[in-house]
Design a protein around this ligand. Structure first.
Ligand SMILES: NC(=O)c1ccc[n+]([C@@H]2O[C@H](COP(=O)([O-])OP(=O)(O)OC[C@H]3O[C@@H](n4cnc5c(N)ncnc54)[C@H](OP(=O)(O)O)[C@@H]3O)[C@@H](O)[C@H]2O)c1
Length: 341
């Protein structure tokens, strides 16, 4: 089996740290690993397995010997460095929003559209965390009974904003419990003991960019330009694990039992659905695990061809690092990664 020279850009961040964990846990075929971040972290030492690796500042020559580059350092860094890495012959899997809607860049969830990896020109985009878990749940149902419309409300963990947001929730929660005043830094309002219906910037149409990503990205991944989607994305004071309530309208009627059966057989999904014993997915249990969990499957009382689902996943794993590494694994499996040496 081939072994690959891997680079992580943004290695010191929330997603970067998870990249390291997932690569180890999945025994990814690595010949070497290089860790990159900004000049702030240059010189920091991180462990990959038992090996201590010195973090370097991301630079023009960082990708010369790299076969696979995993990016999670934000859109600006990806816009600048991903083409440089791709030009040097590396396969880039990018976690930022920089390339997702570029028609020359595949946007991939391996359970759904692995074939799209084939037409990459050096960069493959990893979808937004909220989109990934939603499409993993929708696609198997859509294959049986085409979906016409989805109304989704999300309950998104602060880890989706990165490590600074995790600290902000911890600090604010302590201050509030001590009866002290809170001054928000990462979010526009206090996040501890609160909910914020604002994720990413507002667009002219009244939606936020996060909400609109769920529309555009779902259509691109599922090759389903006609699906109508309306999203409301809400940040909640949960550390890890995004939750989503989905109202799904199908072409034909579908019973909850049929949906349960289809979903239980689909890749990457675990159905947890027994109201009698309060069995349904919760973010606390999903955190640190790989699957997309689905429960509360029921007929939509307001629409005869509709179902309601509750979908939970770890936003840092399936929503980011794991999905990106699954993309790289799929590309390797299908011989779509060039080895430099
Ligand atoms: N968290 C999620 O659930 C999630 C999900 C999907 C996608 N993403 C995307 O993944 C990216 C990172 O998210 P995160 O949550 O890991 O953020 P984070 O915890 O804030 O980490 C940001 C990382 O980017 C690095 N970085 C910042 N400026 C840099 C520069 N000028 N040059 C090189 N590296 C730089 C940081 O390095 P320093 O330590 O040197 O500052 C750090 O390693 C974002 O694009 C985000 O949208 C995140």
């Amino acid at each position: 089996m081939n072994a690959y020279n891997v680079a992580i850009v943004g290695a010191t961040g929330m997603v970067g740290q998870e990249f390291i964990k997932v690569l180890e846990q999945r025994n990814f075929p690595m010949a070497s690993i290089r860790l990159y971040a900004s000049d702030r972290s240059a010189g920091r030492k991180l462990y990959v397995g038992h090996e201590e690796i010195v973090v370097k500042e991301t630079a023009l020559d960082s990708f010369q010997h790299i076969d696979i580059a995993l990016f999670s350092a934000g859109s600006e860094i990806s816009k600048h460095f991903a083409p440089i890495a791709a030009k040097s012959g590396a396969l880039v899997v990018d976690n930022s929003a920089a390339w997702r809607m570029d028609p020359k860049v595949p946007l991939v969830v391996p359970e759904i559209n692995p074939e799209d990896i084939k037409w990459h020109e050096g960069i493959i985009a990893n979808p937004n965390c909220s989109t990934i878990q939603m499409v993993v749940a929708l696609y198997p149902l859509h294959m049986v009974n085409p979906i016409k419309r989805v109304v989704v409300s999300t309950y998104q963990a602060v880890s989706g904003t990165g490590s600074a947001a995790m600290e902000e929730l911890t600090t604010q929660a302590k201050l509030v419990l001590e009866g002290q005043n809170v001054v928000p830094h990462v979010y526009p309002h206090q996040i501890a003991f609160n909910l914020l219906p604002e994720i990413d910037v507002f667009l002219d149409n009244g939606y936020t960019k996060e909400e609109w990503k769920m529309v555009d990205e779902t259509r691109k991944i599922m090759h389903a330009e006609d699906i109508e989607i309306s999203a409301t994305c809400v940040r909640v004071p949960v550390f890890v694990g995004h939750s989503e309530a989905l109202n799904v309208e199908f072409t034909n009627p579908m019973t909850p039992d049929d949906a349960r059966r289809i979903l239980a057989q689909a890749p990457g999904i675990k159905v947890l659905d027994d109201p009698n014993v309060s069995l349904y997915p919760v973010p606390w249990q999903a955190a640190g695990t790989d699957d997309v969990y689905i429960g509360r499957i029921r007929a939509d009382a307001s629409y005869s061809r509709g179902l309601v689902l509750w979908v939970v996943a770890d936003n840092i794993r399936k929503g980011a690092a794991l999905n990106a590494i699954q993309i790289a694994e799929e590309a390797i499996k299908r011989n779509w990664v060039k080895l430099k040496s």
